[in-house]
Design a protein around this ligand. Structure first.
Ligand code: GLU
Length: 460
């Protein structure tokens, strides 16, 4: 059975690059009827924060990306220690008491040298030292290779590596050790992650071998770049899931857009989640870098707003209001109105925020008419008979129960009034639109009248 994992370090919010990794793993698990594990990699106790763990979990929930198993590495320090000690007993790892200074001095390196290699000084230590120590993996010289599912065959000469630390002085494991203990114990079959991990993969292969665990398949993803071809993570690190949620992007649209950053299926662009699950496969992953374009996200969102079932859209809309602390001037309680309103205007919008902005026009008690539109209104009123026609429309709309009278009937009356005063129906509509909406763009006028309901009387 396929079992994959998403293993974020809670040192920041869930940003676009990690989100893509999460999406591919989740889709692959779903596609194969396998299992998806969420593992919080918080071995770096100084940089990991509970608030980031919470926000990652929250984001996955919002995205509808459910997981079958959950682990937190800081709950498993005993497990890592046990495996590290076992490797020492087997002669595959050793205790090392060298300080950074010792290592640098022996190699005549300056104090501020950042990258240096361990020289193997403690390799033959078998006794547990009585002073602070780390545990290092004993590495033998050879050429390591693996067949990456995306990048094909990749090799590395272990001469380029040193006997790296697997357990730190404070008893916590290093990333490359913990990750293999976990992936091995948890039975992970495929690892899909960014290509920035390729060097780690070689180190991890050595740990798999030492622990006698079967290594999983690897699929390393090319980077996501900005339009300027620079790595996204460097410049736009701030683009996180929360940013999209607060701008009114739908989770389905975000998943669709991000999935397309480096994966494809024929020429298809728009996918529902069900569709993605059906069609996602590692074979479809691109070998070249992906380019991120915010306009593309808006494009996907527009399509998803259009095609989404109205109930689901309303559910997301309400969540959006909650997440952004917005409200619709008390209209939220009226479900029927909300349903009708969203159904009537949704196709004109690219984000939930712009949908909200337009809905507000129909929910507020008072609106402002913009100056440019006011000029248009004055011009329309300068037309012969427009004022008379308008007065008649106003009298009519004020005395009826707008919610009860069918839209067709209202439209007929308005058309008759236009004919009676010999003005264009279109011009009369323009006047009403500006009076009712404060702008010269809106859905058709009958929908506007229905959406405004009783407020029509006030606005006219
Ligand atoms: N915690 C690592 C990261 O966030 C996970 C890498 C991996 O998938 O092994 O980059």
């Amino acid at each position: 059975m396929v079992k994959v994992r998403f293993a974020p370090s809670p040192t920041g919010k869930l940003h676009l690059g990690s989100l893509r990794t999460a999406i591919y793993n989740w889709l692959y698990a779903k596609h194969c009827n396998g299992k998806f594990v969420l593992r919080i990699e918080d071995t770096d106790l100084a940089r990991s924060k509970k608030e980031y763990e919470d926000s990652i979990i929250n984001d996955l929930k919002w995205l509808g990306m459910d997981y079958d198993e959950f682990y937190r590495q800081s709950d498993r320090f005993d497990v890592y220690r046990k495996y590290a000690e076992k490797l020492v007993l087997e002669g595959k790892a050793y205790y090392c008491t060298c300080s950074r200074d010792d290592i640098l001095k022996r190699q005549n390196l300056s104090d501020n040298e950042e990258v240096y290699r361990y020289d193997g000084y403690c390799r033959n230590n078998t006794l547990k030292p009585d002073k602070p120590y780390v545990i290092r993996l004993k590495i033998s010289e050879k050429i390591l290779s693996f067949n990456d599912l995306v990048k094909k065959k990749i090799s590395l000469d272990t001469k380029e590596l040193d006997d790296f630390v697997i357990l730190k002085q404070d008893g916590s494991p290093t990333y490359n050790f913990a990750v293999v203990v976990d992936d091995g114990e948890m039975g992970i079959t495929h690892i899909i992650r960014g290509e920035d991990h390729i060097t780690n993969t070689f180190k991890q292969l050595l740990v798999y071998e030492a622990l006698n665990f079967k290594a999983p398949e690897f699929a390393h993803l090319p980077l996501v770049l900005g339009k300027d071809k620079k790595p996204l993570s460097k410049r736009l690190g701030s683009i996180d899931v929360e940013y999209y949620r607060k701008t009114g992007i739908l989770p389905e649209a975000l998943i669709n857009a991000v999935a397309r950053l480096g994966w494809g299926y024929e020429n298809q662009e728009i996918f529902t989640i069900k569709d993605l699950i059906e069609k996602f496969d590692i074979k479809g992953l691109n070998r070249s870098n992906a380019i991120y374009d915010e306009d593309k996200i808006i494009f996907f969102n527009t399509k998803h707003i259009k095609m989404m079932k109205i109930d689901t859209l309303i559910k997301h809309f309400k969540e959006f209001l909650e997440a952004t602390n917005l409200n619709l001037a008390g209209k939220m309680i009226d479900e029927k109105w909300l349903n009708f309103a969203i159904e009537s205007i949704k196709d004109r919008h690219s984000t939930l925020k712009s949908l909200y902005d337009e809905l507000l026009i129909f929910a507020l008690e008072e609106i402002k008419i913009e100056k440019s539109v006011l000029e248009e209104l004055n011009y329309l009123f300068s037309e012969k008979n427009m004022s008379l026609a308008y007065e008649k429309v106003k009298d009519y709309l004020i005395q009826i129960d707008i919610n009860q009278i069918p839209g067709m009937e209202i439209e007929n009356i308005l058309r008759n009034i236009a004919t009676e005063f010999n003005i264009k129906f279109g011009d009369l509509v323009r006047v009403l639109r500006i009076k009712l909406c404060g702008t010269n763009k809106s859905p058709d006028i009958i929908t506007v009248i229905k959406l405004c309901g009783e407020i029509v009387k006030k606005r006219l």
